[in-house]
Design a protein around this ligand. Structure first.
Ligand SMILES: Cc1cc2nc3c(=O)[nH]c(=O)nc-3n(C[C@H](O)[C@H](O)[C@H](O)COP(=O)(O)OP(=O)(O)OC[C@H]3O[C@@H](n4cnc5c(N)ncnc54)[C@H](O)[C@@H]3O)c2cc1C
Length: 520
C-alpha cells in the first residue's frame, strides 16, 4: 500500500482514471499494477489557491483496503432488557450496540418522535412557547437532531469513530462524511437517519417509548432498578399523564446536558454529583459572504463550500473560543423551559443561508462564581440558569438581547440592529452588562484580538452578538467508576454521554453510548 496526496481545484475533482494514473506514477509501476485505491481524507486548503487535498491509499495486486464492516444486529426479543434513558446520540448508539451484544434495549424518551417534534419547534420559534419535553434539546435524536450535524471528533481516544460514521452512512448519511476533514450531515438529513436507527432497534425486538419522562430511579434490594416515568399520550395535547414503572437489572442514563430535573433527582437522593466547568458567552452572527471573503482571501466562488472558522485564545487565565460554528446556518431558540433565553445554531446540508454563526464562549470554573458555592455540585447549574433568566427578563420573551460587535466592545448600546436569522427576533440590549463581568470583559478583549491577529474583518459592527450561548456542555458531572463506567456508588447505573459530563458533541456522545453498552 502506498499513501499518496492529490491536490485539485474545487469543482475539478479527479476521476478514477486520474487517481489510478497518479498512484501508478508515485509507486513507479504501470497503471495495470494498481489494483485499487481508497480515499482516506478530503480537506479544503485555502492557504493559496483554493484546493481540495485528497489523501489516498493505493494498492498493488494482492493488497486490499482495511474496510470497516458494520456489525450484525441480533434479534433480542427474548433477551435481557437494559433500560436506556434518553434517545440522543449516546442513547441511540448504546441501543444499537446492545443489539449487537444480544441485550434488549428499552429506550425511554421524554420527547416525541422526530416528526412530531418538528411542530413543537416551529411553535417555539413562532409563538415563543416552550414545550418542556419537546424542543431543540429534547425529543427523538436528542440535541443532535436539529443541529448542524458536524461530526468533528477525529480523536480515537474514546473509541472507534469508524463505528459511528459507518453506521450513520448505513442509516442514510452521505458517504462523504467518511472522508471529509470536517464532516457534517445537516438538520434536513438528520431526522431520516434518526428514524432509521429507531426502526432498526424496534425491528430487532428493542423498544422505544416516547412521551416517557423518567421521574425517579429506585435501586431495589435485589440490585435491580425500578425506573418510574410520567407517561403522556404524545398524540394528544389534552391527555393526562399516567405513571409507569419499568424494571431492569441495568440502566444507561443518557439524558443530555439540559435534563436539570435528573440532576435535582440525584441531589435529592444524595447520590454523588460534581460541579463541572463549562463555557458561556454569545452567538456571533456575520454575513456568510464576509466570512467567505476572509477565509478564502477574496477568492470565494459560489461552488465552494461555505467557509468555516474556529479559534481559541487565552485571556486572563481562561479559554475564549469559538463553539459549534454553523456556516450558512441559522440561529435557533434552544431553551428547555419557560422564562429562559438560550441560543444555538443549526444548518442544513447545503449550508446555504446568508449567515454564519458561532458561539463565542468563555470557560467558567466553579471558583469564578463563589457566590453560587452554596449550591454545591449544582453551583454552575444555578449560575447558568440565572444568566439565561436574565436574558429572558430583559426582553420579556425569547427574543434575544443583542448588540453589534464593536458596540459590545465599546460598551455602548446599538442604535439599530442588522438583520438576523434568529426567527423570534432580537432587541437592542447592553449585553456587556447582562453577561457576568468575568465573561463580558474577556469577550471584549477577544473580539478585537481575533480581528487583528487571526481573521481580518471579523471584528466589525456588521456582526451581531446575541445572548446567550450557555448550553455548551454540562455544568454538572455524574461521576462514574473509570473501569466499569458505573456510577461511583450506584452499581448497575451507567451515567452516559454529555449529560453525565463524559462527552461533548454528537460523535463523542455516540462513542460514549457504545462504551457504556459494552460495559453493560
Ligand atoms: C441546536 C444545536 C446544535 C448542535 N450542533 C452540533 C453539531 O453540529 N455537532 C455536534 O457534534 N454537536 C452539536 N450539538 C451538541 C450535540 O447535539 C450534543 O452534544 C449531543 O446531542 C449530546 O448527546 P447525548 O445523547 O449525550 O444527549 P442529548 O442529545 O441531549 O440527548 C438526551 C436525550 O435525553 C432525553 N431526556 C432528558 N431527560 C429525560 C428524562 N427525564 N426522561 C427521559 N428522557 C429524557 C432528551 O429528551 C434527549 O432526547 C448541538 C446542539 C444543539 C442544541
Amino acid at each position: 500500500m502506498k499513501e499518496i496526496e492529490i491536490a485539485c481545484p474545487i469543482g475539478k475533482e479527479p476521476s478514477a482514471e486520474q487517481i489510478v494514473a497518479a498512484a501508478a506514477r508515485s509507486m513507479g509501476v504501470s497503471v495495470k499494477a494498481v489494483s485499487g485505491y481508497r480515499i482516506v481524507r478530503r480537506s479544503v486548503d485555502a492557504r493559496g489557491d483554493i484546493l481540495y487535498r485528497y489523501r489516498i491509499e493505493a494498492y498493488r495486486e494482492g493488497e486490499t483496503a482495511d474496510e470497516y464492516r458494520v456489525p450484525e444486529y441480533q434479534d433480542v426479543r427474548d433477551a435481557e432488557p437494559v433500560i436506556v434513558i434518553g434517545a440522543g446520540p449516546a442513547g441511540m448508539f448504546a441501543a444499537l450496540h446492545l443489539l449487537m451484544r444480544g441485550k434488549c434495549p428499552v429506550v425511554l424518551e421524554r420527547g416525541k418522535d422526530v416528526h412530531a417534534r418538528k411542530f413543537d419547534m416551529a411553535r417555539l420559534s413562532r409563538e415563543g412557547i416552550v414545550d418542556e419535553d419537546s424542543n431543540y434539546c429534547f425529543g427523538e435524536g436528542g440535541a443532535g437532531t436539529f443541529s448542524d450535524g458536524k461530526l468533528f471528533t477525529r480523536s480515537s481516544k474514546r473509541g472507534d469513530i469508524r463505528e459511528v460514521l459507518h453506521q450513520l452512512v448505513a442509516f442514510g448519511a452521505d458517504p462523504s462524511i467518511l472522508i471529509d476533514a470536517h464532516p457534517h450531515i445537516g438538520s434536513d438529513r438528520l431526522p431520516a437517519i434518526v428514524e432509521n436507527i429507531r426502526k432498526c432497534v424496534t425491528e430487532h425486538g428493542g423498544e422505544y417509548h416516547f412521551g416517557t419522562r423518567v421521574t425517579d430511579i429506585v435501586k431495589r434490594a435485589d440490585g435491580g432498578f425500578d425506573v418510574r416515568a410520567a407517561v403522556s399520550d404524545v398524540a394528544s395535547e389534552k391527555a393526562a399523564c399516567t405513571e409507569k414503572t419499568f424494571t431492569a437489572r441495568k440502566v444507561i442514563l443518557a439524558t443530555g446536558h439540559s435534563a436539570r430535573d435528573i440532576y435535582r433527582m440525584f441531589a435529592d437522593k444524595g447520590w454523588d454529583l460534581q460541579a463541572k466547568g463549562f463555557a458561556l458567552g454569545v452567538r456571533a452572527e456575520h454575513p456568510q459572504s464576509l466570512i467567505n471573503r476572509i477565509q478564502y482571501h477574496g477568492k470565494y466562488q459560489p461552488y465552494m463550500p461555505a467557509a468555516e472558522y474556529s479559534f481559541v485564545t487565552q485571556i486572563e487565565g481562561r479559554g475564549v473560543f469559538s463553539f459549534c460554528m454553523c456556516p450558512g446556518g441559522i440561529l435557533v431558540p434552544s431553551a428547555t423551559g419557560p422564562g429562559e433565553t438560550v441560543l444555538n445554531g443549526m444548518s442544513n446540508s447545503a449550508r446555504n443561508s446568508k449567515w454564519a454563526n458561532s458561539g463565542v464562549v468563555v470557560s467558567v470554573e466553579p471558583e469564578d462564581v463563589p457566590e453560587y458555592s452554596r449550591y454545591g455540585a449544582l453551583s454552575l447549574l444555578h449560575f447558568q440558569m440565572d444568566v439565561e433568566r436574565r436574558m429572558f427578563d430583559f426582553t420579556g420573551s425569547i427574543k434575544a438581547p443583542a448588540q453589534r460587535m464593536m458596540d459590545f466592545c465599546r460598551r455602548t448600546l446599538s442604535s439599530g440592529l442588522p438583520a438576523t436569522s434568529y426567527h423570534p427576533g432580537a432587541v437592542p440590549a447592553p449585553l456587556h452588562e447582562l453577561l457576568p463581568e468575568h465573561v463580558s470583559l474577556r469577550l471584549k478583549y477577544a473580539f478585537p484580538e481575533i480581528g487583528n491577529k487571526k481573521m481580518h474583518g471579523y471584528y466589525t459592527n456588521e456582526a451581531l452578538l446575541l445572548g446567550v450561548e450557555s448550553r455548551t456542555s454540562s455544568p454538572v458531572r455524574i461521576p462514574r467508576d473509570p473501569e466499569t463506567l458505573e456510577h461511583v456508588t450506584i452499581r448497575g447505573l451507567y451515567p452516559c454521554g454529555e449529560g453525565a459530563g463524559y462527552s461533548g458533541g454528537i460523535v463523542s456522545s455516540a462513542l460514549d453510548g457504545i462504551r457504556c453498552a459494552d460495559m453493560v
